[in-house]
Ligand binder design. Structure first.
Ligand code: 9UX
Length: 72
């Protein structure tokens, strides 16, 4: 069964960086889908919790260079 996490991602204003964030998330194990919404500063991720967790995804977004907060 997959889980869903939504993050607020601050500072991401163009599609190039949205693409970088999406690619970085999708490189993690256990990711089903990642959708980055630049206009609303939201990133939604569907993932398999046996393989990856919210904090790992959050840190991956931060490693790309943006402040990320889990919002639900
Ligand atoms: Mo785009 Mo990225 O204008 O740091 S280059 S958000």
């Amino acid at each position: 069964v997959e889980s869903k996490a939504v993050f607020s991602v601050i500072g991401m204003t163009c599609s190039a960086c949205a693409g970088s964030v999406e690619k970085a998330i999708k490189r993690l194990p256990g990711i089903r889908e990642a959708v980055v919404d630049v206009l609303n500063n939201r990133t939604q991720v569907m993932f398999y919790p046996n393989y990856v967790d919210e904090e790992t995804i959050r840190e991956t977004i931060e490693d790309v260079g943006f402040q990320a907060t889990l919002i639900n």
